[in-house]
Design a protein around this ligand. Structure first.
Ligand code: EPU
Length: 336
């Protein structure tokens, strides 16, 4: 395994902003990972795990060692029940290609998560979700390297502490490095049309898995810019969770404010995009950074933006939401 120096990260983040990594290693095996960690320890370098770079914003150069997780492979395993099958997939695989491979194998459940950018290894970090489905719904376990105990571990779904765009990994400051994940998928097809916008577009009670997959792809293509055409990292902020009382008060100020029910009693989730749109943020440009023309929650790099330009715009957006509605937006994107 080679440790490269002064590597430009522009091609390794979907915002497409420039930043230089002092050291960079492409990780293809467990052995690679252990060696790279030993190197970092020997040189007292901090490390940063990078998958597809679809949820990060670099605001400065990185002085440590970037571990680009690039292992490959999908293993189709036996299921625990007759009507399910397990699959173990390497962290370095592309998420969308994996979803497509499952559909081709007639293993169901992940269709609503089609076209989410990034790698498989990044999926558990923020418990990716879309159109009424979350990774946690199909998750069994993952294998990871624990940097505190210096050992390989297997963590179950409970141990991963999944929540809305959150997990143990988000809170443990890089302690665990995900190597592969295991999911249990259904052999019998049952659509999940709990997300109104999806059900509305499909307009059929009993669509095929391919139909749901295709609809999710076209919905995303319509609304969310393709990072290959226009740099972005999907939703920049999380949708805020507020108390029922706060929601009632906001509704008086903002008639028509939508909300989504969540499991926790007394709390509800509201769309940050809707709030930002009320404040006129859609399409607005600040210097070299811009809010997407079709979606107020998506910041884009029209070409020459630096990470700092995007951060300044994001700060201005969250300040305006705080001033006007008393809500502190939390970034979903990791700022580095
Ligand atoms: N809306 C506006 N103005 C806009 C955009 C949206 O008023 O400019 C309204 C919509 O009409 C809708 C509401 O805001 O009533 C929510 O919009 P949307 O359906 O686009 O979903 P979202 O809440 O913005 C979330 C996820 C997305 C995921 C979609 C679909 C978060 C932070 N974002 O977006 O995930 O694809 O739902 O399930 O939870 C991501 O995490 O990067 C991501 C793209």
């Amino acid at each position: 395994m080679e440790i490269a120096q002064s590597v430009n990260l522009q091609a390794y983040n979907t915002f497409g902003v420039p930043a230089t990594a002092a050291f960079f290693a492409s990780i293809e095996s467990k052995e690679n990972l252990e060696k790279a960690l030993q190197y970092a320890a020997g040189e007292s370098l901090p490390t940063l795990v990078l998958g597809g770079g679809s949820n990060v914003l670099f605001i400065r150069d990185y002085a440590g060692l970037v571990l680009h997780i690039n292992n490959r492979g999908i293993k189709w395993l036996e299921g625990l029940a007759e009507d399910s099958q397990r699959v173990r997939v390497a962290a370095g695989e592309n998420w969308h290609e994996f979803v497509s491979a499952c559909l081709a194998k007639e293993l169901y459940g992940l269709e609503n998560l089609a076209l989410i950018p990034g790698t498989v290894g990044a999926a558990p970090i923020q418990n990716i979700g879309a159109y009424g489905v979350e990774l946690a719904d199909f998750f069994v376990e993952l294998s990871c390297y624990d940097r505190e105990q210096n050992q390989w571990l297997s963590l179950t779904r409970e141990q991963c502490e999944f929540a809305y765009r959150d997990s143990l990994f988000k809170r443990s400051g890089g302690r665990y490095l995900v190597f592969d994940i295991t999911l249990e998928l259904d052999k019998d097809w049952k659509p999940n049309l709990s997300y109104q916008a999806l059900a509305g577009v499909i307009g059929e009670v009993d669509p095929s898995a391919q139909q749901v997959f295709d609809t999710v792809c076209s919905l995303r293509r319509e609304k969310l810019p393709d990072p290959n055409d226009l740099g972005n990292a999907g939703s920049f902020f999380k949708n805020p969770i507020v108390s029922d009382e706060k929601y009632a008060a906001l509704q008086k100020q903002l008639p028509g404010l939508p909300n989504y029910a969540i499991e926790e009693e007394g709390l509800t989730k509201i769309p940050a995009a809707w709030l930002l749109d009320q404040l006129g943020w859609k399409g607005r440009r600040r210097g070299r950074a811009q809010v997407h023309k079709h979606h107020a929650l998506i910041l884009v790099n029209p070409g020459y933006a630096l990470g700092e330009d995007i951060l300044l715009l994001a700060q201005e957006m969250s300040s305006s939401v705080l001033e006007n509605f008393g809500i502190a937006l939390e970034p979903e994107v990791q700022i580095l």
